[in-house]
Every structure is written in C-alpha cells, then in structure tokens.
Design a protein around this ligand. Structure first.
Ligand SMILES: C[S@@+](CC[C@H](N)C(=O)[O-])C[C@H]1O[C@@H](n2cnc3c(N)ncnc32)[C@H](O)[C@@H]1O
Length: 277
C-alpha cells in the first residue's frame, strides 16, 4: 500500500517534533525506503501499517527507531579537508597563544554521527600539536542518535569507512586491526567524551567552548530552528572562539551576532565583538 499524504505527514511531524529536522514534501520515497524494514520487523505489512500501529499506542518504543532511521548520518574522516587545515594552520596556533594562561582548550563536535569527525580532530591535535599533552583538552562529541553514539564510542570502522579521507599513516598509528575492521586505539577513544545532545533543546551543562564544529546538520532545520540553535551556540562559545559550519551552511542572514572569518582555505565564524577588540 503506497504511503498516503496523511501518513507521510504523521511521520514528518514526528521527526520534526523530536529532532527539528524538516522533511520536505518530496521525501515520501525516503520515508518508504527507510522505514520499510522497520515496518516488517514490527509485523506491519507496509509503512502505512506501521503508522496505524503507532497511532494506537502513545508511548511506543518504535518512535525512537523511526526517528533514528530518518536521520542522515553521512560522515567521513577529515570531511572536506579545509576545516581541518584551518584548525591546523590558524585556529589552534592562535588559541595556543591566547590560552597559554590556563592551558585549557574546550572543543565541541556537535552532531558527530558515527564519530569520524571528533576522531579526526583528536588525531590532528595529537599529530601536529604534541605540546597539548600537558594541557587540559576537553573534547566533547554529541549527537541526537543513540545508535550513532554507540558506534562512535566503539570507534570501530569497516574498510569502506577507513578509506574515506583517512591518511594511511594515521590508520597505522591510531588504529588497531580488528578482524575485518579497524578500531581506534583505546587511549584515543577515552580522550573524547560522547554525550547525547538534541540541538533543538537546551544544551545542558557544557563548558564555554573555544571551538565548535557543528557541520552538516543545520541544513536539515528550518530557519526558525537554525536561529534558535545559533542563539544557544552564542551562549556557549567563548567571545573569541570559532564556529565551524558545513560547506552549505552559514550564519549570514540568520544571526547578526556572528561574522564570517576568511582564511586561505575557507570560512569559519566568530562573534562580532571579538573582532573589534
Ligand atoms: C550528516 S551528519 C553530519 C556528521 C558530521 N558533523 C559531518 O559533518 O560529517 C548529521 C548528524 O546530525 C544529527 N542530528 C540530526 N538532528 C539533530 C539534532 N536535533 N540534534 C543533534 N544531532 C542531530 C544526526 O543524527 C546525524 O548524525
């Protein structure tokens, strides 16, 4: 049975209410393809049958599985290269000077998916900034998805994931070969604190951040949701801290408190007051 407009709207509202992610009207095929297996597992003959089951029971454990299935978790090591080059050549060297007093660096990788992004940051720090060993570096990585956080905490990746973006020298240095997979070395895994944070809700108790990576997630939200997330980012970003967004994302025309900062390799964002100091 094909998905009716009403059933599609039901799923769309469920995903929006729980995550802020807006599914456009042309995403019926996506709902059908992503939820088909779940429907079968729940004993329903179609996605419409699954929706009918959901409507019968208000607190249904299937809700979380549906929301997770509808998330786009695409990620890979050193994705887009340039943000990591900016970190390496400009942002970290500058913060090393500015934080010399308290020798503390707080970095938050929001919407980290299966962990490749925070592990890329951790490898970059270890590789190019060995002096940070004597600093207090808090690297927090978060996502809304319990399943993705489980994978990220495990730090185990298949061949296809490993060959996407990871320099071979890093593979041999920072991973163990583990059967057909590769696993991040334990001390590395422990250097990242993984937390479940829904960006559309209060962020909870996170320290003031020097660097926030919030990449390739704002694109899934409507304007109002982007604005409310950026307003909360302002409160947890140090006045001279840096915000990194994805290539298709910007603060421009969304939040006037931020200003793009142009580096040779690309753009990241800072609060305007920090530029005029
Ligand atoms: C495309 S991935 C981006 C991963 C990584 N930042 C990157 O750029 O490679 C988007 C991630 O955003 C997460 N996400 C979606 N809505 C969210 C929300 N409301 N709060 C936190 N994370 C969310 C998804 O679970 C998914 O893992």
């Amino acid at each position: 049975m094909p998905l009716s407009v009403a059933d599609f709207d039901y799923i769309r509202k469920l995903v929006y209410d729980r995550t802020g992610v807006s599914l456009s009207e042309d995403k019926t095929y996506l709902v059908e393809s992503r939820l088909g297996m779940l429907a079968k597992e729940a004993g329903a003959s179609s996605v419409s049958g699954l929706v009918a089951q959901l409507k019968q029971k208000r607190f249904n454990p299937l809700y979380e599985s549906i929301v997770e299935a509808m998330m786009t978790n695409e990620t890979f090591f050193f994705r887009d290269v340039n943000p990591f080059e900016i970190l390496k050549t400009s942002v970290i060297p500058e913060l090393l000077k500015q934080r010399q007093g308290n020798r503390t660096l707080n970095i938050w990788c929001a919407a980290c998916s299966s962990g490749q992004e925070p592990y890329s940051i951790a490898m970059l720090l270890r590789e190019y900034f060995p002096q940070l060993v004597s600093w207090k570096v808090n690297l927090i990585a978060s996502d809304i998805s319990t399943g993705m956080l489980k994978r990220a905490r495990l730090g185990r990746y298949g061949k296809q994931e490993i060959i996407r973006g990871l320099p071979p020298t890093f593979l041999h240095k920072y991973f163990y070969h583990c059967g057909k997979e590769w696993e991040i070395k334990a001390d590395f895994r422990k250097s990242i604190e993984f937390r479940k944070i829904n960006l559309t809700e209060p962020f909870g108790s996170i320290p003031q951040m020097d660097i926030i990576f919030m990449r390739n997630v704002l694109i899934y939200f409507d304007i109002q949701t982007k604005q409310s997330i950026l307003a909360r980012v302002r409160r947890v970003l140090q006045p001279d801290g840096y915000l990194f967004l994805g290539g298709g994302e910007t603060t421009v025309n969304l939040d006037g408190a931020f200003e793009p900062v142009q580096f040779p390799q690309g753009v990241c964002y800072r609060m305007i007051s920090s530029q005029t100091k």
